[in-house]
Write a new protein. Structure first.
Length: 227
């Protein structure tokens, strides 16, 4: 059965354009024109992914994202008509997985949807061997097969991109990654130079992994490494 994509936008021409390209790529598409309807659909019949405009009637995209994140881990791509970095950073802080600035290339939207869902599909089942190939460094234990991370035995709730980012640093500990390289490795496509995305996710990791030894170090003017 095809993955369902929920398009949330009050501009019908954007819905129609995105629907055409997504359906051509094999996805099932449903839509909502306001935040309240979108929130109800997400919680009652969760889609595989949500494409969420920020400027919506009734509930704006930020509030929809905040409420969804309190109850669901469904991937969210935010759409913003503004180029202000503040919009994008706030969206990421609230838990969006990605964003596009309007007007956007519908082929790029399809590529980003495909990249996020492909990573989700690669998550192994909970039946994976617990021994697996867990990596232990200091008080951090990360199990790629079960996608679990613990600090001092405490499970850490990491979102998809946060886990992939941590795993990349762990598997290449001591190696300095530029933000651009992390975007390429973790997000899997050219993110058009929006390197602030990496900074936001690193900040999330540092907060969630408080007390972790090793540490994620900033190499000024270059990027990040696990030390």
């Amino acid at each position: 059965m095809a993955d369902t994509i929920l398009l949330v936008d009050d501009e019908q021409h954007i819905i129609d354009l995105a629907r055409m390209y997504l359906e051509q790529d094999g996805y099932r598409v449903v839509s909502a024109a306001d935040g309240a309807t979108a929130l109800r659909r997400i919680l009652e019949d969760p889609p595989a992914l949500v494409v969420l405009d920020l400027m919506l009637p009734e509930l704006d995209g930020w509030e929809v994202c905040r409420r969804v994140r309190a109850r669901s881990d469904v991937p969210i791509i935010m759409l913003t008509a503004r180029t202000d970095d503040v919009d994008k950073i706030v969206g990421l802080e609230l838990g969006a997985d990605d964003y596009l600035t309007k007007p956007f290339n519908p082929r790029e939207l399809v590529a980003r949807v495909r990249a996020i869902l492909r990573r989700l599909e690669r998550r192994p089942s909970d039946r994976a061997d617990e021994a697996g190939r867990a990596i232990v460094i200091g008080n951090l234990r990360i199990d790629p097969d079960k996608r679990l991370a613990t600090v001092d035995g405490r499970p850490v709730d990491l979102r998809l991109k946060e886990f992939d980012l941590l795993l990349t640093l762990v598997e290449n500990r001591g190696t300095v990654f530029s933000r651009e390289k992390l975007l390429d490795v973790v997000w899997g496509y050219d993110f058009a130079g929006e390197t602030r995305t990496v900074d936001v996710h690193i900040a999330h990791l540092r907060h969630k992994l408080a007390g972790m030894q090793p540490t994620i170090e900033t190499v000024w003017g270059v990027g990040y490494k696990l030390e």
